[in-house]
Design a protein around this ligand. Structure first.
Ligand code: SF4
Ligand code: SF4
Length: 321
């Protein structure tokens, strides 16, 4: 048998980008294509239709909404998160923000949302944040209210500043992930162009060996759970794919009414890299070595950390990964 149909009780990760390409920042390394295309958001109707389909699926879902632009600039996007957060089959909803609003504004955004299911990942963009103190205060508010983490981008001109920013956030109890740059800087293609000096620095501050291998070293993925424990929903068509990274399997269409068919197990990845931050958590190597600590998809721990205290060769950075 090649595929399995929906089975109650399975936990499925869903990545559902919205392609809402409006943002109040202009980061030099942005890959959301904010300025070169038509800004009108074409998918509002599809967005709500797909959410209605997701809440009726017979799976328990961990949903990641977005990102393209800034999620909290759209009331409609927030409404979708609200609907998911009140649905019985939804375990978690991960949202990404540049944290440019005040705590009072975020309170208002979350007025009708079931906050116990929400995890927030904030991206800190040093070139755009003018008032760092205020940003840090908002980060503390988020840390108190949600399962919260921060991501920083390893943009070459900023790399040397990252350890200080990370330390400041860690001192507030906030976990930080360092994401590789995807795209060009000075005519060089990243993450492939990091120098060995940059890699040495990044190795020290990456959240995990996994992040370092996939985001900085652009590791070739092996067996992957995409399509088996995880799906990607195309907002334009309602198509359900194993992942959003190309060379994916079609698993059904949410608008067709015929449900979706999942793969019956992990399959080898057909791509050379998997640079997307949530997609690469689908690889089997990840689940063999790490476990999530809560709702936030950027927070997880190395399974063998305790044992490594006794056997140093079991350390995350010593093993073959
Ligand atoms: S905050 Fe995100 S979406 Fe907005 S410009 Fe920066 S990287 Fe792009
Ligand atoms: S490793 Fe990444 S690109 Fe490959 S199948 Fe899995 S999610 Fe898709």
């Amino acid at each position: 048998m090649d595929c399995i149909t929906q089975e109650k009780g399975d936990i499925l990760s869903v990545r559902f980008p919205n392609y809402f390409r409006t943002c109040n920042f202009s980061c030099p390394y942005c890959i959301a294509d904010l300025h070169s295309i038509d800004h009108e958001w074409k998918y509002e109707e599809n967005y709500h239709k797909i959410i209605q389909h997701l809440v009726s699926l017979p799976f328990s879902l961990n949903v990641r909404l977005g990102p393209a632009g800034e999620f909290f600039l759209s009331k409609s996007l927030i409404k979708g998160a609200e609907c998911l957060s009140h649905s019985k089959n939804v375990i978690s909803v991960n949202l990404l923000t540049n944290l440019s609003f005040s705590p009072a504004q975020y309170d208002k955004f979350f007025e009708r949302v079931n906050k116990s299911k929400i995890a927030i990942v904030a991206s800190f963009h040093p070139t755009e944040v003018k008032d760092r103190k205020t940003w840090m205060k908002t980060a503390c508010y988020m840390q108190e209210e949600f399962d919260f983490s921060v991501v920083l981008v390893a943009y070459p001109p900023l790399i040397k500043k990252l350890p200080v920013i990370k330390e400041a956030l860690n001192n507030l109890g906030i976990e930080v992930a360092i994401q590789g740059l995807i795209g060009k800087y000075n005519e060089r293609e990243y993450p492939f162009a990091y120098t060995s000096e940059e890699k040495m620095l990044l190795r020290k501050i990456c959240y995990s060996r996994h992040d370092y291998e996939f985001w900085i070293e652009a590791k070739k993925p092996g067996l992957c759970n995409a399509g088996y424990k995880s799906i990607f929903v195309d907002i334009a068509t309602g198509n359900v794919l194993s992942c959003g990274m190309g060379n994916a399997f079609e698993l059904g269409n949410l608008f067709s009414g015929n449900g979706i068919k999942l793969n019956d197990g992990p399959r080898p990845c057909m791509n050379k890299t998997c640079l997307c931050d949530t997609e690469n958590l689908n690889v089997v190597t990840f689940e063999q070595h790490y476990r999530k600590t809560g709702l936030n998809f950027h927070k997880y721990e190395y399974k063998f950390a305790e044992k490594a205290k006794e056997f140093p060769l079991l350390d995350e950075w010593e093993i073959s990964y």
